[in-house]
Design a protein around this ligand. Sequence first.
Ligand code: 5AD
Ligand code: SF4
Length: 473
Amino acid sequence: MHLPDLKQARIRTNYKPLIKEYRLEEKYKNIGNNKKYFIRTYGCQMNEHDSENIKAMMESLGYILTDILEEANVVILNTCAIRENVHNKVFGYLGRIKHLRETKDDIITCVCGCMAQEENVANEIKNKYKWVDIVFGTHNLDKLPEFLYGAINEKIQQIEVYSIEGDIVECIPAKRDSKYKAWINIMYGCDKFCTYCIVPYTRGKQRSREKESILKEVNDLLSNGYKEVTLLGQNVNAYGKDLYDDYDMCNLLEDVAKTNIERIRFVTSHPWDFTDKMIEIIAKYPNIMPYIHLPLQSGSNRILKLMGRRYTKEDYLTLFHKLKSNIPNVSITTDIIVGFPNETDEDFNDTLDIVNECKYDSAFTFIFSPRVGTPASRMEDNVSKEAKEKRLYLLNNLVNEYALMNNKKYVNRVVPVLIEGNSEKGDSLFGYTDTMKLVNVTGDCKIGNIVDIKITDAKTWSLDGTIVDKNSI
Ligand code: 5AD
Ligand code: SF4
């Protein structure tokens, strides 16, 4: 048993991450024996991609995916720690599984991901959820086959969560959700330590993957017909800083662009590390998409300082306008937190002012959620629930107004859309523009193609369009 330790998770040393290679031991193959597994994923794209790795590992053990909880022999909850709401959902789900276990004893329950890295969560499971079979964290995802083997053969609770700075494991297989677009981790962890954020504790020290491994993954995807890659990291603009003296995100973006894969995206960018050279590269290569997610968090300099964001609203606006004027047709989205400790109405109005100036294409908005172990959780949470809710409401109204205004500019324009599949209702297709707008498409064409679409209508969250490129039908 190895429990997480928040104090250790905070430490950053000169430790150089080891690069290990995933290998499946012979004795683990077929332990699944056509039994079924169910997986539920919470949180960000990084977690979605981790679940793609988990699925591939499970299937290499002989397990079959089911989306019916009651059918499963193994239930995996891949969790997120960024805000309190997932915490409640995960424990609610554990209640459901416990109930199921009363009539079905052949279930292995597994909790993994960022919540498992939280000291309080791992302890709660150890003390109050003794029937949970496996708990593992973000640093040892590759050990899943070993843990399952242990759970089947030893039937004791295994908690294996490490709060070390972390290594890199290459070659974990992935069962990707899409045949056309793929996530690629380019780095793990984060060293920014924004005061509200749990990620530097749950994901460990920033560690970049070697450029050769990333480029090989892009080339492999390209030869398998993939059209789009999204380069993933908590702060991708800092790529390479921990690994190379003379190779950074600009070089990586340029090298990925030169593979000629049709679409390249990257998330998430911290404004601090966004260089002029990066803007130049994005503008230069048509296969780097004109879409940037640039978290603001707050428009008040006082709050930005308390958040430890390392920029002022003036720095942010300078960067924002540089992006707008140098990258043609760029769309920019953001993240904003309301109700951070000590946020006054005046601070909140500063945030609204920035939204009015930037007129974002869209924004993810959150009420501050204190996370155990972070500096902000020790600040007095002195904004009332009512004030937080009112601010979120006002902010969302404003954000939606600009989202609709921006979308309306697309009406009657013809834009390239990567067609990804049939809509849920089945009466149309859907896909995304280069600028990351969701489009519901009428007409018939091959899924997986990038097709010219004439936009006919605009809504707050999506566009409607019809096919104009007859060649692709
Ligand atoms: N409370 C509320 N929102 C948070 N985020 C990160 N940590 C917290 C927190 N403790 C938001 C930030 C970040 C996004 C992924 O989640 O806006 O950019
Ligand atoms: Fe969290 Fe800040 Fe790192 Fe983003 S940059 S993951 S908000 S600590």
